[in-house]
Structures are given as structure tokens and as C-alpha cells.
Design a binder for this molecule. Sequence first.
Ligand code: NDP
Length: 271
Amino acid sequence: MTDRYTVFGNPIAHSKSPRIHAAFAEQTGQNLAYEARLAPLDGFAAAVAGFRDEGGRGANVTVPFKEQAYALSTSLSARARAAGAVNTLTFAADDVLGDNTDGVGLVNDLAGNLGLDLAGKRILLMGAGGAARGVMPPLLEQGPAELFIVNRTAAKAEELVALAYPQGVGARLAAGGYADVSGRFDLVINATAASLSGDLPPLPAGLFADGALAYDMMYGKDTPFLAFARREGARCADGLGMLVEQAAEAFFLWRGVRPVTAPVIALLRAN
Ligand code: NDP
């Protein structure tokens, strides 16, 4: 029997996840099929239930259903709870296990593929939506000197930090608006939706430290943020590696086998 998995989203036609998981399955010799499914905006829970009834073993979840996936999970990993969102569902007999692999995906891309040691570094994280919330705890676990969360709506960034760390974590974690951004950063991550609309968040010039990395979670095309970073002399990376790494972690959760990601990233880049 071939085990079946899917990714739910709306829209979903653009998803690279079926190709990524097919490549992982081939590489590891796992007998599975992985498809993309468009869930109606008002019918996510029913779509998940339908897939389970058909014998589906697990699912990835993308925009705009990650919070709904969190709500329908019957048990949650610590990192899903911290993120307040679920991107990986595993179906057990009576349980729906919810996990979130976005954060570890980003950290594995930064540390493994891009060779960045985050310990002692100054990190600027732009955005206070689901993506920023998911990556904040794993970034902090890497021991940066400072993690500053900046958002267009400053109050949302402050709320994000207060909710995730009600006791605070000292000077290492702070939040505010773009006017509060000061000094030079070793890593600047764009976790906003600004790139989707071709916008550049209002970043000051002289933001990047020597050898700094600019990371845009969006992938597939050059963005105003990466163009700005290049002009400012920073090294640039898009979110394709994160996409493949979060998929690898989901594959590991489902199959207990860890695929090698580098050839899959290379395959997607070649296309
Ligand atoms: P949300 O809609 O939850 O959050 C959007 C955030 O972007 C908010 O903080 C919002 O600020 C900010 N924003 C939107 N437009 C602008 C703008 N013009 N200027 C400045 N800030 C802006 O989105 P997500 O957190 O789910 O996703 C963010 C991005 O990350 C998307 O591009 C998504 O594709 C990408 N992503 C990539 C992944 C990968 O594997 N590579 C995984 C997950 C996400 P405000 O609060 O003020 O409205």
C-alpha cells in the first residue's frame, strides 16, 4: 500500500511541496504519494476530514490555514504551541498531531546550508505575522546577542514578544517599529508579506554589518528587499532553502527518515 500525504492551501497550484516530497521519497526509497489539494476558504476542516477518511496519513498546511490547523489538532508539539500555528499534521488512530517545522526549517537553512553561526549575532526580524511568530523561538535558541522584531504596526511586534515570553528574556529580545531600528545587524530576515506586493519595508541605510546576510522568506523571484540589501553590500538568500528544510523535517516526522536536502534545493533552483 502506498501511503498518501497532501498539502492544503488556497491558492495551492503554485506549491512546490509535491515535487520536494517526491524527490525525498525517491532518494530514501519510501513508498508514498504526495499531492496538493485546494481547500475551500470556508471548508478547511471538512477537507482534512475527507482526506483522513480516504486513508491519508498526514498533511502539510500552508496559507491561509495554519491557524485553523492549530485549532483542529488534538495534540500539539511544543514548537507548534510556541508558534500558534501548525504546518504539519500527522493522523493517528484517534488523534491529529499538530507540529510546526517552519522555524527549524529556517534555522537549518541558515546554519546548515548558508553556514551562519547565529551565536552572539545581532538579528533583525521583520514582520509580526505567522511566519515571524514561528521562527522567533528557534532563532532565540541559537543564542544571538540580540533579536529585534520590527513591524509596520509596532504594537503587533510588541504583543508578539509579550505573548511568547511573558517573563521576558532580558535585553536579548526587543520589539518596535521601523523608526526604532538602530545599529548594524549580522542577519536581517524579511518575514513580512511586503515582497508579495513588491514593497520594501522602510529600512534605514547602513543597516548591515560587514559580512551580513539578508534573508527573504519569499522565493522564486528577486524582491525589493534583496535588491536593497545587495545595494547595501549584504550577502543575499531567498526562502527556497527554508521551504525544502521545513519539508524535510515534516518528512522525518512522518517517515522517521531524514532526507538529504542539498540535491533537492539544487534541483528546484535548476528549474
Ligand atoms: P502574515 O500575513 O501573517 O503577516 C504579514 C506581515 O507582513 C505583517 O507583520 C504585516 O505587517 C507585514 N507587512 C505586510 N505588508 C507589508 C508592507 N508593505 N510593508 C511592511 N510590512 C508589511 O504572513 P506570514 O507571516 O504567513 O508570511 C510572511 C511571508 O513569509 C510570506 O511572504 C510567506 O510567503 C513567507 N513564508 C515563507 C516560508 C518558506 O518556507 N520560505 C514559510 C512561511 C512563510 P502589519 O502587522 O503592520 O500588517
